[in-house]
Ligand binder design. Structure first.
Ligand SMILES: *[C@@H]1O[C@H](CO)[C@@H](O)[C@H](O)[C@H]1NC(C)=O
Length: 615
């Protein structure tokens, strides 16, 4: 993949370095003044939350475990508790599987060096990632969409590098996001309204979206207004913390790249995919990138492409491309779209929109076409560390030409609790319509309990929520609210194919193996739900591998809800005390004799710097 240079950036480098120097001077001045005056605006919130998350008001619950045959807590002497030390301050933004030094040992072609490369056991850090000095709780949504405390992501490279492109401004002790972006000169709202004039974004038909190469995820941030949930991804570059900004803003995003490995999403998942100047070479490598988008788009889903090469006739000079070169790029994209049998439904000014056909019947030329390579795989959801191939995934069969292959999901919000097509068709082994309804009822009950345990659950205090072992997504469905979103993780070792069901419910999620680091920055989740995670991973990797990773991705003062067998939870409890977490063990809602229990934990507030370690 030839790296493309954004127009105009190279020439302004030297004057930009001057700006960097000046702004650094200002920065140190401001930082000094600011430190003298105490914390930023988020501090009030942080203080309030410290007080409120003490979990003191649980009138109906007994904090002690009554399960017989177990040692009481006092038996766990301090001598047995292992204490984890803070890592060096230079690891403040450490992302183990997207580490710059390790990346550089991998080939640059096809962006392979930006893909996941996790450290082997002997290179894992067994220490706690420190927050930067002055770290504060983020602003509540929707203010967080527009403002991020500078102390939390103290890097100004984006404000300088993307200054021309109007992504983000630095103003005193906060970053301000104007909702613009290279491709949204009139703002993201206007842009989305334009899309909504072609794509049914307004009536719940389109609910889930994939933003490839998302920048600071302004598109996803503004789609919340339309009740559309976007999964955004961008690579970790050497110095641009785009995805970190997105998550600080309270917008779902992961570190990711379209390189040589399949995307960690199931087939036929997203209602819409989007690329705005995302620098993915769609026409290259026999169309393998578009074929991957085709795999994850549901039948009838939309693909939006804006920026180069669209509208090249007007812009090729601005983009510093030759007419021939960019015309050829567009020609290739059109050719692959045709091969995929996508229907072009719109092209005007800066963007083009294609629609994936609803079934194979609506595409007669494809089957006969010579040179169309159909994927041989029997399981198109088996994607974890699997290489992308230049082949097309087949549609599920349909009974008549009007039918959506694989079934048509209901509009949102009915989708959330309706029986998902994959369940009603019986295509998810181990699950039935009956067990789906039971699962839903069970999680409604559990979430009700969680809200009693922590009465801040519903208030917007927790916006970025991680469900580490999501099954059918029923936890996320039960807790659903416009104030929060849930990243539903289906562990690869669980060997269940429920992630497609989660998308059919209008929720988002990702495949992951918890023996490795998640594709995110430190401190990006406010609340983590770990149901059955440690039973699942018993004898798969060390418990501390998983717990330290949870500590890395959890914000200071963030909360964790574990639900597991009591003996597993006792081990967890012992270990997290050595990680500066406060914990409380609670009985199952059906009483103390049920071996499954709940452990709630709150990560203490502490930041890097050797003087602060005692805090
Ligand atoms: C939503 O809008 C689209 C396009 O206008 C239409 O085809 C579809 O039937 C609508 N769906 C609902 C549920 O109203």
């Amino acid at each position: 993949m030839a790296p493309k240079i954004n127009h105009g950036e190279g020439r302004t480098r030297s004057s930009l370095s001057l700006i960097v120097v000046i702004s650094l001077c200002c920065f140190f001045y401001v930082l000094g003044a600011w430190q003298r005056s105490g914390f930023g605006k988020g501090d009030n919130i942080a203080l309030q939350i410290t007080k409120q998350t003490e979990c003191t008001d649980m009138p109906n619950l007994n904090f002690d475990t009554h399960h017989s045959g177990l040692g009481s807590l006092s038996n766990l002497g301090d001598s047995e508790t292992k204490t984890f030390e803070p890592c060096d301050d230079r690891y403040t933004d450490y992302t183990p599987c997207q580490d710059q030094n390790r990346a550089m040992t991998y080939p640059r072609d096809n962006m392979i060096y930006r893909e996941r490369h996790c450290p082997p056991d002997e290179e894992k850090l067994y220490c706690l990632i420190p927050a930067p000095k002055g770290y504060v709780a983020p602003f509540p949504w929707p203010k967080s969409r527009d403002y991020v405390p500078y102390a939390n992501v103290p890097y100004k490279s984006l404000t300088v590098e993307k200054a021309v492109q109007n992504w983000v401004h630095y103003e005193g002790n906060v970053f301000r996001f104007p909702g613009g972006g290279t491709q949204f000169p009139q703002g993201a709202d206007k842009y989305i309204d334009q899309l909504a004039s072609v794509i049914p974004i307004d009536n719940g038909t389109v609910r889930t979206a994939l933003d490839t190469g998302c920048g600071v995820a302004s598109w996803g941030a503004y789609l919340f207004k339309k009740n559309v949930l976007a999964m955004s991804f961008a690579p970790r570059d050497s110095h641009e913390a785009q995805v970190q900004f997105a998550l600080e803003r309270g917008v779902p995003a992961v570190i990711g790249v379209l390189g040589s490995i399949k995307l960690p999403y199931p087939s036929r998942a997203f209602d819409m995919a989007h690329c705005s100047r995302c620098l993915i070479p769609w026409g290259a490598n026999d169309g393998v990138y578009m074929m991957e988008v085709d795999r994850v788009l549901r039948p009838g889903g939309y693909w939006v492409l804006s920026g180069p090469p669209i509208n090249w006739k007007v812009n090729y000079q601005v983009w510093k491309r030759t007419k021939e070169d960019i015309e050829e790029e567009q020609r290739k994209i059109e050719e692959i779209a045709e091969l995929l049998c996508w229907e072009k439904i719109y092209e005007k000014a800066e963007f083009a929109i294609w629609r994936k056909r609803i079934n194979a019947e609506s595409c007669t030329q494809r089957q006969d076409e010579i040179g169309v390579n159909i994927c041989e795989t029997t399981n198109s959801d088996d994607v974890w560390y699997k290489k992308m191939e230049p082949c097309i995934n087949q549609y599920p069969e349909v009974g008549n030409p009007e039918e959506f292959a694989g079934g048509e999901p209901k509009p949102f919000p009915q989708r959330l609790n309706a029986v998902p097509p994959r369940i009603s068709s019986g295509s998810v082994p181990g699950f039935s319509v009956k067990s789906y309804h039971e699962d839903n009822r069970l999680w409604q009950k559990h979430v009700k309990t969680y809200k009693k345990i922590n009465d801040l659950l519903d208030t917007g205090r927790y916006r970025n929520i991680m469900d580490m072992n999501a099954h059918l997504g029923s936890f996320a469905a039960a807790i659903e609210s416009p104030k929060l979103w849930v990243m539903n993780v289906v562990p690869t070792i669980a060997e269940i194919s429920t992630l497609g069901v989660i998308y059919e419910r209008g929720l988002i999620g990702i495949y992951h193996d918890w023996c490795e680091a998640f594709s995110t920055y430190p401190r990006t989740y406010d609340l983590i739900h770990a149901n059955g995670v440690f039973s699942l991973y018993q004898n798969k990797c060390k418990m501390e591998d998983i717990l330290l990773e949870m500590d890395r991705i959890l914000r200071p003062e963030g909360a964790v809800i574990f639900r597991d067998e009591v003996d597993v939870l006792m081990k967890v409890k012992k270990m997290v005390i050595g990680m500066r977490w406060n914990t409380k063990l609670l009985d199952h809602e059906d009483g103390p004799l049920v071996p499954e229990k709940i452990l709630v934990a709150v990560k203490q507030y502490w930041v890097g710097g050797s003087k602060n370690e005692e805090q």
